[in-house]
Design a protein around this ligand. Structure first.
Ligand code: NAD
Length: 440
């Protein structure tokens, strides 16, 4: 069994929202990087020097990093920027010493991790792995997955994991839009299998400024999943409170203010649409083997029922929505991102369509074509703020709604965008109320 013949430092398999900024960041630290993706559109955009999605500062990195350099195999001079070589073949990743997997890890709808992308990449790599390689799972995975990967490689190739081939979990915990800042600041958790995996993988991530924290693979997996479960549950509480307040004709923003104001053990968050590709599925990696089955599912049900709650609340005030124009502001899953994967705005739109409403959508960030703000709002009898983008939080946006929408237009704003502290209010009321409570 020979040692690996590598001519690159690191390969990143899966050039998505995590993988591409990570590949660019490694190259920016002077590493020779191989970036692999099997999506021709995504790869084509990167080859053309275009970021396929928004990530603060990433386009500037892509502009200055050498792409597919002809001398990719030769050493990079110290202090010089590294390079990024693009490929559609997973097996090409084995030309690098470290192989970082940043593939998607969705959940099946019956609550079970879907590892098909990871299994497929592993199978492509099995034949080309050699002593000296390290395999790093950066994707979010269910507890036990890193040990499974180590066992799979050992079973099929007979390597001594942690001595010949390294396997580790180094979970990604950045928030979209803050990648380049957080890669240097968030503690980098590394859970290595066997004696040396953690130490070898720490050499790779040592190119960033963030402190490295060593732990076991399963603790790294649990830490990542529970980072997101904490957030998901944190937002379910104010969302449930919002529904309770409606039942008792109370004002959720005032109750939240009463809870938090000058109280050292307060800290309840603000309501809103809580979803997105990570929060919406990461809880299932605990739920699939939970000691308290249903508990996190209930958290998910609360967050998932916010669109229906808003729709029912609107119907209580307006009556039937059939043939009435409803403007939905924001398609993205959260403020100021172009990522609309797993956004609750889509769910809200589907629910509105089932009421036979005439839905008009505006989002200034997402790639999906939408109406202009004016087209969406003109004559609308109801406006829902589904994503609290900065543009919508401007007082001018509220003034434009009041001016252009139908008289007595109902504005539904779980985010409290304009500080008027009303989930449901008529546009004319909101303009006169002005800010009373700060938004999320
Ligand atoms: N998006 C985030 O903000 C974020 C944050 C932290 C962690 N994570 C986790 O990181 C992982 C990746 O998330 P993402 O949002 O970057 O996903 P993504 O879907 O944007 O990226 C995955 C990429 O892998 C490619 N791919 C799929 N199968 C492939 C294969 N067999 N060979 C080569 N390429 C293949 C896809 O074309 C895609 O470009 C997930 O586990 C996610 O939970 C995401």
């Amino acid at each position: 069994m020979g040692t690996s013949q590598t001519n690159a430092d690191v390969a990143v398999v899966g050039l998505g929202r995590v993988g591409l900024p990570l590949a660019l960041s490694f190259a920016d630290r002077g590493l020779r990087v191989i970036g692999v993706d099997n999506d021709p559109v995504r790869l084509g955009a990167a080859r053309d020097g275009r970021m396929p999605f928004a990530e603060t500062g990433a386009q500037e990195l892509l502009d200055r990093i050498a792409l597919d350099p002809p001398d990719a195999g030769s050493p990079v001079a110290p202090g010089e920027p590294g390079s990024l070589t693009l490929s559609e073949r997973v097996a090409d990743a084995a030309r690098a010493r470290h192989i970082v997997i940043t593939l998607g890890t969705p959940s099946f709808s019956h609550i079970e991790i879907d590892m098909r992308d990871i299994r497929s990449a592993l199978d492509d790599l099995l034949g080309v792995l050699a002593p000296g390689h390290s395999l790093i799972l950066r994707s979010t995975v269910a507890p036990g997955t890193t040990e499974f990967v180590a066992g799979y490689v050992a079973k099929h190739r007979g390597f001594d994991i942690g001595e010949e081939v390294m396997v580790a979990h180094a979970p990604e915990r950045i928030a979209a839009g803050r990648f380049l800042e957080e890669i240097d600041t968030l503690p980098c958790i590394i859970g290595g299998v066997g004696r040396r995996s953690g130490e070898v993988v720490a050499e790779l991530f040592g190119v960033f400024d963030a402190p490295i924290v060593h732990t076991t693979p399963v603790q790294a997996e649990l830490a990542k999943i529970w980072t997101n479960i904490l957030r998901y549950a944190n937002f379910a509480l104010p969302n449930l409170l919002m529904m309770d307040c409606e039942r008792y004709s109370a004002n959720v923003f005032e109750v939240i203010d009463l809870i938090n104001r000058n109280y050292p053990r307060g800290g309840i968050a603000q309501p809103g649409f809580t979803a997105g590709t990570c929060l919406r599925k990461d809880f299932t990696f605990s739920e699939e083997r939970s000691a308290a089955p249903g508990m996190l599912l209930a958290v998910s049900r609360v967050n998932e029922s916010v669109p229906l709650f808003l729709l029912e609340g609107a119907k209580r005030r307006l009556g039937s929505l059939a043939n009435r124009k409803v403007a939905v502001l924001g398609l993205a899953f959260k403020a100021d991102t172009d990522d609309e994967r797993d956004s609750l705005a889509h769910k809200l739109i589907r629910l509105l369509e089932r009421e036979l409403a005439d839905v008009a959508v505006h989002d200034p960030h997402v790639p999906t074509p939408t109406a202009s703000f004016e087209e969406a709002v003109d004559g609308a009898e109801m406006v829902v703020v589904a994503a609290n983008h900065s543009e919508f939080r401007e007082p001018a946006a509220l003034a434009a709604i009041a001016e252009r929408a139908a008289q007595d237009c109902l504005v539904v704003d779980p985010w409290n965008c304009w500080g008027a502290a009303q989930v449901f209010a008529y546009a004319s009321e909101l303009v006169t109320l002005g800010p009373t409570h700060p938004a999320r």
